[in-house]
Design a protein around this ligand. Structure first.
Ligand code: 5GP
Ligand code: ZN
Length: 118
């Protein structure tokens, strides 16, 4: 069973933020911003490649509610999901990073020069 399924099953502890029948939100163990919450489906879905549009409909509303709940909805935030090898996905259970609480930098995403791919 994957690490996030163990969090869903309360087999390992997390610092929960919110949950409903289908999704849970908890604080990232290694926060990259003052607010860094992970949002996951309770059922195991490997990545964004595998999620249904129907599940994403519920996920969208839930993420909006999480942003409100942690007080970053009005000030702004970023939602990220890393997919697969090049996306840098480490945990193979779909998760959305919800980051905020301060002005976020726009990152250095790759050492490859985008101009080389034009
Ligand atoms: P990824 O790189 O797969 O997009 O992100 C995985 C995220 O999960 C990382 O930000 C990492 O800090 C977080 N993480 C990994 N293991 C745990 C854990 O056991 N508990 C919590 N709360 N976060 C975790
Ligand atoms: Zn899982």
């Amino acid at each position: 069973m994957c690490i996030f399924c163990k969090i869903v099953n309360n087999e390992i502890p997390s610092n929960p933020v919110m949950e409903n029948d289908n999704f849970i939100a908890f604080h990232d163990l290694n926060p990259k911003a003052p607010v860094h919450v992970l949002v996951i489906p309770k059922v195991h879905v490997e990545s964004f490649n595998d999620v249904s549009a129907e599940m994403m409909a519920g996920m969208t509303t839930f993420i909006q509610d999480v942003a409100e709940h942690v007080g970053i909805k009005a000030s702004g935030y970023r939602v990220i999901t890393n997919v697969g090898e090049n996306g840098g996905q480490e945990v193979k259970h779909l998760h959305f990073h919800v980051l905020g609480g301060a002005r976020l930098k726009w990152g250095h995403f790759s050492d490859a020069d985008p101009k080389d791919f034009l």
